[in-house]
Ligand binder design. Structure first.
Ligand code: DAH
Length: 349
């Protein structure tokens, strides 16, 4: 019997050492150590042994079993490692190969300008605020010194939802909202950018467009003046549209400012010499601005004897047209990728 056990040990050790893969190794484990395996069969034959022989053979079988188990474990670890190495070898990728080209989107020109303007005004100490697009007649007009029936309302053909609610025609509504929210807290230095709506549609007007609005209010003794307004707009125009542009203030009328101005900049196309774009004047109208009207201060919680400031507003889409030389505003809204592709990282290059 001892002979038989030794023989099992010898052949099984050789077979384990020669096993080519995990499947063969598992078969060997079953063949020798399994319930119906060869070593188990030996143990079953022990009943025919003498009581003296039994413990000797029993411990021999156990030793061999332990040894085989150990060898199978070691072989298994070795095969697994080999298999892993083979996989690493076969799945190797060449990271120096050029990649397949990915299509990348880009920021819309209007978004670009909004982000640039917000950065600029934040750097000058302004807050960026938001207002609703669905606005009330009260905030869009009445609190801006445009009572019902005021003729200046005709300039802003509006989309009314009900008698009281409309799609805002101007971001100026946010002036009133900001003043009311602050009630005599100063200074107010805010800009707001967002969508506005009017019933118009041609090469330079769209029924939906974007405006930026600015408002500064401070105590009278701090003397926020036209000079401050002019300096602010000069920085604004030169940073956002073009560094070499000059500004011209023309007296105008807006119900919420007194005095009011239309602000022109040097024609970006001819540099001020005169061309078809600027109708030979050398100037292009860009902004509306002025000193906040006492009625507007009063209606929105600020005593006009104690507080004062300036406001300005303009269409962002027009700024984008000037900055990028876009000839038709509707390009900004038709989402044609041939148009939009041109703004891919344009500023960074
Ligand atoms: N809200 C005016 C418009 O849409 C633009 C404007 C003019 C805004 C003068 C202002 C301002 O804040 O002071 O035509």
């Amino acid at each position: 019997m001892e002979e038989q056990i030794k023989k099992i040990k010898q052949t099984s050790e050789k077979e384990i050492a020669d096993a080519k893969d995990l499947k063969v190794l598992e078969d060997l484990r079953v063949k020798y150590l399994g319930k119906k395996g060869e070593l188990t069969a030996v143990l079953r034959g022990m009943k025919d042994l003498t009581p003296e022989q039994r413990p000797v053979i029993g411990s021999l079988v156990n030793d061999v079993r332990d040894e085989l188990e150990k060898q199978i474990k070691e072989k298994e670890a070795k095969l697994k490692e080999e298999e892993l190495n083979k996989r690493i070898e076969s799945e190797k990728i060449d990271i120096t190969l050029p990649s397949t080209k990915t299509r990348r989107g880009s920021l819309h020109p209007v978004t670009r300008i909004i982000e640039d303007m917000e950065d600029l005004f934040v750097s000058m100490g302004y807050d960026v605020v938001q207002g609703p697009e669905l606005e009330t007649d009260e905030f869009c007009f009445e609190r801006l010194n445009l009572p019902k029936g005021h003729p200046a309302r005709d300039m802003q053909d509006s989309f009314y939802i009900t008698d009281e609610y409309l799609l805002r025609t101007q971001t100026s509504a946010v002036q009133a909202r900001t003043m009311l929210a602050n009630t005599e807290k100063t200074p107010i230095r805010m800009i707001t950018c967002g969508k506005t709506y009017r019933r118009e549609d041609d090469a330079t007007h769209s029924h939906q467009f974007n405006q930026i609005e600015g408002l500064v209010i401070d105590k009278k003794e701090r003397n926020v003046s036209l000079a401050d307004l002019k300096g602010t707009l000069e920085i604004f125009v030169r940073k956002i549209i073009g560094a070499n542009l000059d500004l011209r203030f023309r007296p105008s009328y807006f119900p919420f400012t007194e005095p009011s101005y239309e602000v022109d900049v040097t024609c970006f196309k001819c540099g001020g010499k005169g061309c078809n774009l600027c109708k030979q004047t050398g100037w292009i109208e860009v902004l509306g601005a002025g000193i906040v009207h006492p009625n507007v201060l009063k209606m929105n919680g600020y005593n006009p004897d104690e507080y004062g400031g300036f406001a300005f507003g303009t269409g962002i889409d027009r700024l984008a047209m000037f900055r990028y030389g876009i000839t038709d505003m509707r390009y900004l809204y038709t989402n044609d990728v041939r148009f939009l592709n041109q703004f891919d990282r344009k500023d960074e290059e």
